[in-house]
Design a protein around this ligand. Structure first.
Ligand SMILES: [Zn+2]
Length: 330
C-alpha cells in the first residue's frame, strides 16, 4: 500500500475507533451482533484455501472476546431479543456473538475459547448438511483452482476461475471469482460442478461441517444456542417455489429441534439474501433472524427478522484499535 493510502486508512481507523457509535452515549439500548464463520490457525491446511473474509485465527478470536468484555455487556442473542420484544430492561451497549454454517473448526477452536471466556454465542447450522461430507461450492471452486484442474475451462461459469488457475491461486483472486459466481443459484452452480466432474479432480477431505454429536456437544455446553441456517444453504432471493421455501425455512427448524431436543427460535439468511416471500416465511416461523447487513440494532427497532450484524475477519481486526473501528459500523 502506498504511504498516502496507508495514512488515510490509519486516520480512518483512528477516527472510527474513537468516534464510532460504541463511544457515543445513546439512551436507547443497542445491540451489536458480531458475525463469524471459520476459526482456524494460520498453519492449519484448511486456512490456506479459504477466502480471507471467512476466517479469524483462534488467537485473534480470543482477543476479540476479551475486547468485547471490556467494551460491552455480552448477551445471548435470543435472550436480548426476547427482552426487547417484551419491553424488559436491557444493557445500554450489548454485544452478541454469532457463527454461520456449523464449521467443524468452530467445535475444535471456538468452543474451548467460549468456555474459557464464559461468553455465550449463537451458531446457525445448515440442517441437512450437518453430519454429511457436504462441501460448500466456494470451497470446491477454491480447491479446483488451487489444483489447477483443467476441467474448469469446460464450463462457461468457470472461465474466470480457469484463468485464475492458470495465473496461480491467490486468496484475493479467489474471493473475486466466488463473488462473480454468486449471480447464479446454488442449484445452478452445483449442476455446473457436476457437469465438469469435480469429484474426480479433488481428493476426499475431512467433512468441513460438524457431525451431530459435535453440534449437540456445543448446545449442551451451555454456551451455544443453535439457530437454523436453512436445510441446504440455498440463497433465499432466487424465487424459490413455496414448497422449496417451506423446506428451507420451516423444515430446517423441525429437523434441528428433533435432533437437538430443544427449541430453535432464531434464523440466519444464507449470504444475507432474501426476497419478500422468504422474509414472510421467516417472520411466520421464527422469533427473530439475522442478515449480513452492517449496522447496530436498537431495542425499539421492531424489525426483528432483519437484524444487522458486523462481520469480523482476520485482516483488519487484529489490534484493539482496528477491532473498535469495526464496531463503528461505518
Ligand atoms: Zn452461510
Amino acid at each position: 500500500m502506498n504511504p498516502i493510502k496507508q495514512g488515510l486508512k490509519w486516520g480512518y481507523t483512528q477516527a472510527a475507533a474513537r468516534l464510532g457509535a460504541h463511544r457515543k452515549h445513546q439512551a436507547e439500548p443497542r445491540l451489536w451482533v458480531l458475525m463469524y464463520h471459520r476459526i482456524l490457525p494460520k498453519d492449519d491446511p484448511r486456512f490456506a484455501l479459504e477466502e480471507p473474509g471467512m476466517l479469524v485465527t483462534p488467537a485473534t478470536f480470543s482477543q476479540h472476546l476479551e475486547w468485547v468484555k471490556q467494551e460491552f455487556e455480552v448477551v445471548d442473542l435470543q435472550d436480548w431479543v426476547r427482552k426487547a420484544q417484551q419491553g424488559e430492561p436491557l444493557p445500554n451497549k450489548a454485544c452478541a456473538i454469532t457463527f454461520d454454517d456449523g464449521w467443524r473448526d468452530n467445535y475444535e477452536f471456538a468452543l474451548p475459547l467460549l468456555r474459557e471466556h464464559q461468553i455465550p454465542a449463537t451458531l446457525f447450522a445448515v440442517a441437512d448438511k450437518i453430519g454429511s461430507d457436504f462441501r460448500f461450492w466456494p470451497n470446491i471452486v477454491s480447491e479446483l483452482v488451487a489444483a489447477r484442474a483443467p476441467q474448469l475451462a469446460n464450463h462457461p461459469y468457470f472461465q474466470e476461475a480457469a484463468s485464475l488457475a492458470e495465473r496461480g491461486f491467490d486468496r484475493e483472486g479467489i474471493a473475486r471469482v466466488i463473488a462473480g459466481l454468486k449471480q447464479y443459484s446454488e442449484v445452478e452452480i452445483f449442476a455446473a460442478l457436476e457437469a465438469i466432474g469435480w469429484q474426480q479432480a479433488l481428493a476426499a477431505s475431512e467433512p468441513p461441517l460438524m457431525d451431530w454429536p459435535q453440534l449437540l456437544e456445543m448446545a449442551d455446553s451451555g454456551w451455544v444456542t443453535i439457530g437454523s441456517h436453512t436445510c441446504t444453504h440455498q440463497r433465499l432471493d432466487k424465487g424459490l417455489d413455496a414448497a422449496a421455501l417451506a423446506e428451507e425455512v420451516e423444515a430446517s427448524r423441525v429437523k434441528l429441534e428433533a435432533w437437538l431436543q430443544r427449541p430453535v427460535p432464531l434464523f440466519c439468511f444464507p449470504n444475507g439474501d432474501y426476497d419478500a416471500a422468504a422474509l414472510g416465511a421467516v417472520e411466520k416461523t421464527y422469533q427473530a433472524a439475522v442478515t449480513t447487513r452492517k449496522g447496530i440494532n436498537t431495542a425499539g427497532q421492531g424489525n426483528w427478522h432483519e437484524l444487522l450484524r458486523i462481520g469480523l475477519h482476520e485482516d483488519g481486526s487484529g489490534t484493539k484499535q482496528r477491532f473498535l473501528a469495526k464496531m463503528a459500523a461505518w
